[in-house]
Design a protein around this ligand. Structure first.
Ligand code: BGC
Length: 764
């Protein structure tokens, strides 16, 4: 046995027809990146509807007092204006033949090729190549080839650094220092307005015709927020002009430039440009491709036999899961759109713990640890939020950005169709389950990896600090029970509800876990216990957790076995939802009803109670899950990309294979599917984690339950084989599932691993 990932041949996402009206999709889904920077795949030439974007993880800035902090759209280094015989190259004009744009997810290279005839008849063949290096995190490399087909042409290029980028109008940067060195190294320094982060960009070009090097010194231009070189060339028919452009970006927030002043950053960036120039595109591409091989495809190979699209979908998810994660720096986390667009402002949500973390825990624990260290490092913001709301402990922000920013959810979004005013976003105030989700992530990470060092330094404290918040959040009701009133649960179509089942059960779980760890530390780790006791007054906290756990109201199933989502849901009216269920775009219902009205209807934006079943699956009876599924799924519009994957995994658990497969394919189509507008603001990060969960948790049957590993697979009809690897407490297991067999091999083999396979206890 063993997996031969090299047999998997199709790694290419291809576009074979260019539509200048629908640029957003490819810009986002074909974006390039390495967790440090993310680059939208806007083309070299400009188009009216383009949304060029480059985002550097963690470089948050607040545009002004009325806006929340966001990841600024950094200077553009990829544009090249091309003029052939004086005519601007644009696929909107002239005619185009043999067009392809391809993203090779195995190597991380984006290519484009076409034959273009200008309006006046000059015919040229063009090819473009581009990478963001996975080896050198600061580096973007491009290559462009132009071959005149039937006549000599004059070619004029304008290329450099464009600092006029904005986040839909918000300009985050000063117009800083601009400089040419040796007439060819182009450098631009900009500083963010509020956070004061310096960005240093340097770009250099290398040109040749049929391999004969040309001088790269250019006519130089410096304008407001722009610096670029101009090149004038003549190329004969059949000859190929090749232009390589090497760019890098350094910022004063970088993990590897700590303590450097701007001048030092400038020197560093310039020296790096010289190195890149010497290496050339091909070498940069190859070294980056080997990193992709090592860091992703050999690390966590997944093989699906039986359907090529499904195989591609899971790999495509892995491609984005690598690009979006700032694996280099624990001070940053994953944005809801990764680094592929402005959407959600680069902010981190519960998406990380519930939908993304499992992938990293099971395949790349070091990176998973960084994500969970971020939560510890952002405790100052969580404490500030608790204090602001008169609670105690750590109350995590619904949306997080920089470590001490605290809550950064925008206050208003979209439109209330009745009042014509923007909708208030209540999540930042009352979507509070995030605090328990963070604690749940810590626990998952620690159990699956066995990383006691993390727990001692950060984890125990996080779980206790979050439990302190919950104890202070409980409200005593007339029934003698503690309630959690006025919240938004995971289903954001229901605002100001009481006793959201997800929130109450997770708060209970959080306090219970804190009590368990209290005993564990008191009995076995006295020193740590004492230091945490001093910090958090654990004796006093314990009494509150105990009281909270005993007396919290936990919604119970109705006589029809439905777990009520909140105190009102089941008494709201039903309407015919078929129109919204069938819509291609999301949130159609908000065009017909305002949120207040939606709150009176039995309709859900996304999985809510069902996520609870997914996380705490062993505390609910099968019948409750089934009846609840049957009640909620028909009323769920899946208007969040987080919804389908949870439903798919639960459908697998319920033995509904066909439904699970159908939902998996829909989840995979969120970014890969045919809806051209759906990814404009960026890819859907959590849905990529969700796709992995469908494959490995759902069909692959993996689950950590009460600290034990369980594998209970069920392949969809269309698949003949599924193979994946997971790391359980330091041991890498290769799992191969066929229609009638499950094989598991402990590839690390330094310790025994106990696994419950299809209900039977086994040791590997
Ligand atoms: C969903 C949230 C999610 C957020 C970011 C919203 O539309 O309702 O659950 O955390 O998007 O992905």
């Amino acid at each position: 046995m063993g997996m031969d990932y090299s047999k998997i041949t199709d790694w290419i996402l291809r576009e074979d027809c260019f539509d200048p009206e629908k640029l957003g999709k490819c810009e986002a889904v074909m974006s390039l990146g390495n967790g440090y920077l993310g680059l939208r795949s806007a083309t070299e030439e400009h188009y009216f509807n383009e949304a060029r974007g480059m985002f550097v993880a963690g470089t948050f800035n607040k545009f002004d007092a009325d806006e929340v902090t966001e990841l600024p759209n950094a200077a553009d280094q990829t544009a090249i204006d091309i003029f052939i015989n004086g005519e601007r190259f644009s696929l909107s004009d002239g005619t185009t033949e043999d067009y392809t744009r391809e993203l090779n997810i195995r190597t991380g290279e984006l290519t484009r090729a076409m034959i273009w005839t200008s309006p006046k008849g000059a015919k040229v063949k063009l090819a473009f190549y581009r990478i963001v290096s996975l080896k050198r995190l600061h580096v973007i490399a491009q290559r462009m080839e132009i071959t005149p087909i039937n006549e000599e042409v004059s070619i004029k290029l304008k290329s450099g650094i464009d600092g006029t980028m904005t986040n839909t109008g918000s300009q985050h940067f000063s117009d800083g220092d601009k400089r040419f060195y040796e007439k060819r190294f182009i450098q631009f320094v900009q500083t963010t307005g509020q956070s004061g982060i310096h960005f240093v960009n340097t770009t250099v070009h290398k040109l040749n015709i049929d391999g004969r090097a040309l001088p790269a010194d250019a006519a130089v231009y410096i304008e407001r927020r722009k610096i670029y070189g101009g090149f004038d060339l003549t190329v004969r028919a059949g000859e190929t002009l090749a232009v390589e452009k090497y760019s890098n970006v350094y910022t004063s927030r970088d993990f590897d430039t700590e303590g450097m002043n701007v001048t030092q950053l400038q020197e560093l960036s310039l020296n790096v440009s010289k190195e890149l120039e010497a290496l050339g595109y091909q070498a940069l591409k190859e070294e980056s491709a080997s990193c992709w091989e090592e860091e992703v495809w050999k690390l966590a190979p997944i093989q699906i036999e039986g359907n090529a699209m499904d195989q591609f979908s899971i790999r495509f998810a892995q491609y984005h899961l690598r690009m979006m994660v700032p694996a280099h720096d624990a001070r940053m986390n994953i944005g809801a759109k990764g680094l592929s667009g402005e959407g959600y402002k680069g902010h981190t949500f519960w998406d990380t713990e519930i939908f993304l973390l499992p992938y990293y825990i099971f395949t790349d624990p070091k990176t998973a640890r960084k994500l969970e260290e971020y939560r510890y490092l952002s405790l100052p913001g969580a404490h500030a939020k608790a204090e602001h709301n008169h609670y105690q402990g750590a109350m995590f922000p619904w949306e997080s950005a920089w470590l001490d920013d605290g809550e950064v959810t925008p206050e208003y979004m979209d439109v209330d169709i009745l009042t014509g005013r923007p909708n208030k976003v209540w999540s930042g105030f009352i979507e509070q389950h995030i605090t328990a989700d963070v604690a749940f992530g810590v626990w998952q990470y620690s159990v699956i990896t066995g990383d006691e060092d993390y727990m001692e330094k950060y984890g125990y404290e996080l779980i206790m600090d979050t439990a302190i918040f919950w104890a202070s959040r409980l409200e005593m009701g007339e029934d003698g029970k503690y309630h959690i009133n006025d919240v938004v649960g995971p289903d954001e179509y229901r605002e100001h509800v009481n006793d959201n089942a997800f929130t109450n059960y997770m708060a209970h779980w959080n306090m219970q876990k804190a009590m368990e760890y209290y005993h564990l530390l008191k009995d076995n780790k006295q020193e740590l216990f004492q230091s945490l006791n001093q910090k958090m007054d654990l004796e006093n906290a314990y009494a509150k957790w105990e009281d909270g756990c005993k007396n919290i109201y936990l919604p119970t199933p109705t006589k029809e076995n439905i777990l009520p989502q909140d105190d009102r849901y089941l008494s709201c009216r039903d309407i015919d939802l078929s129109k919204y269920k069938a819509q291609e775009h999301v949130a159609g219902i908000t065009r017909d009803y305002n949120l207040e009205q939606i709150n009176q209807i039995q309709v859900s934006k996304q999985a809510d109670v069902l996520v609870l079943f997914f996380l705490l699956e062993d505390i609910f009876a099968k019948e409750v899950k089934k009846a609840s599924w049957e009640h909620y799924e028909p009323r769920t519009l899946h208007d969040s990309s987080l919804s389908l994957s949870t439903h798919s995994v639960l459908a697998c658990d319920m033995g509904e294979k066909d439904m699970a497969y159908d939902l998996f394919r829909k989840a995979a189509a969120i970014d890969l599917g045919p809806f051209m507008g759906s990814s404009d603001a960026g890819i859907h990060a959590a849905s990529f984690g969700g796709v992995w969960e469908c494959v490995v948790y759902g069909f692959g049957g993996v689950r950590m339950l009460g600290g034990r590993l369980r594998i209970c697979p069920s392949l969809p009809e269309a698949w003949t084989k599924l193979a994946y690897t997971i790391i359980w407490q330091g041991q890498k297991l290769a799992v191969e599932i066929t229609k009638d067999d499950v094989k598991i091999e402990n590839l690390t083999g330094t310790q025994k691993v106990e696994v419950e396979v299809n209900g039977k206890a086994c040791t590997f």
